[in-house]
Write a protein that binds this ligand. Structure first.
Ligand code: ZN
Length: 321
């Protein structure tokens, strides 16, 4: 393992990234570019292969790790139908990459990959029980239970953004009500602010064009004491606090790591979420540390590298499609 060199590939709806990573997490080279998403899977896979060859340069990787938006079948290496990659349907990504590079490849969804990266090299280092929660355009999760990534049957476990906190609450695209993602994701924080402005609620945000209203702008307005933004933020942290309490009750982690764009709000997010979650969780679960992710912009690439290392260490050989 020590002489391995990992080619780490990260596929998102807005960017693709590649990195060359040592088993100790040292990033030797990396590159990223906008995803040619309109071209469909063939174009994006060609783009990924070219980017991988660029970062490898004259060095020879020994294994490939890939992170991609789900749903996907991690066991069989098939990307099923990610919302952020239109036109992808049952794409045998692992098989395609293994053919292109002549190397073994391992795939997992981006939240599981980030969880593995944070556990190996970030805020979850040295723990046996860790949960990673990403609050970004969506809300996703990855669980390390008793030292091992919790996969479920096909690797789609830990959809923490769709564990409802209100059975008769707000509707979600998944068909249920009260899902944390449908209220507290970055996308939905911004959408709720726009809806409140459209309903005529006064706010400093009304100076902005509709497109300029983002979760980040909402948090800035909260810091300036804006009433509309504060109401939306208080609802957001209440939902996230309840979601985190569910996670603590379910998995009893030593540390719960929150990453994703919305986590950049810092204490504005962490203080109320931590206070509420630790108050709502059952007494034996109240010891968890609730902390920010540490890998930042390198989450995608280091997470993909961690997928390759983890699978070689812990999983049975699987047949790629
Ligand atoms: Zn849902």
């Amino acid at each position: 393992m020590a002489d391995q060199l990992i080619l780490a590939l990260d596929i998102g709806g807005t960017k693709v990234a590649a990195g060359l990573v040592r088993p100790d997490g040292t990033l030797l080279a990396d590159a990223r570019e906008p995803t040619r998403v309109a071209g469909g899977p063939d174009v994006v896979i060609d783009q990924l292969v070219a980017l991988g060859r660029t970062v490898a340069g004259n060095r020879t990787p020994t294994v490939i790790g890939v992170g991609c938006g789900g749903p996907l079948d991690a066991r069989r290496g098939i990307v099923q139908q990610p919302l952020n990659l239109p036109g992808w349907f049952d794409v045998p990504l692992v098989g395609r990459l293994e053919a292109a590079f002549g190397l073994p490849a391992y795939l997992d969804n981006d939240a599981n990959a980030a969880a593995l990266g944070e556990h190996r090299w970030g805020a979850g280092r040295g723990t046996r029980n860790m949960v990673y929660l990403t609050v970004s355009t969506g809300i996703g999760g990855g669980v390390i239970a008793d030292g091992r990534l919790l996969w479920g049957e096909t690797g789609n476990a830990a959809e923490l953004g769709h564990v409802s906190v209100a059975y008769d609450g707000w509707p979600c695209v998944c068909g249920r009500r009260g899902c944390p993602e449908a209220l507290a994701s970055g996308t939905n924080i911004a959408a709720r602010a726009r809806a409140a402005l459209a309903a005529g609620e006064p706010s400093s945000l009304s100076q902005l064009t509709e497109d300029a209203i983002t979760a980040e702008r909402v948090t800035e307005a909260v810091r300036q004491g804006d009433a509309l933004a504060t109401r939306i933020w208080d609802e957001t942290t209440a939902v996230l606090g309840n979601a985190v309490a569910n996670v603590l009750n379910t998995f009893e982690p030593e540390v719960l790591v929150i990453g994703g764009g919305v986590s950049r709000a810092g204490d504005l997010l962490f203080e109320p979420v931590r206070n509420l979650a630790l108050q709502l969780a059952l007494p034996p679960q109240r010891h968890a540390r609730i902390v920010p992710a540490e890998l930042g912009d390198q989450t995608g690439v280091l997470g993909a590298a961690a997928v390759a290392i983890d699978r070689q260490e812990t999983r049975e050989p699987v047949e790629a499609a």
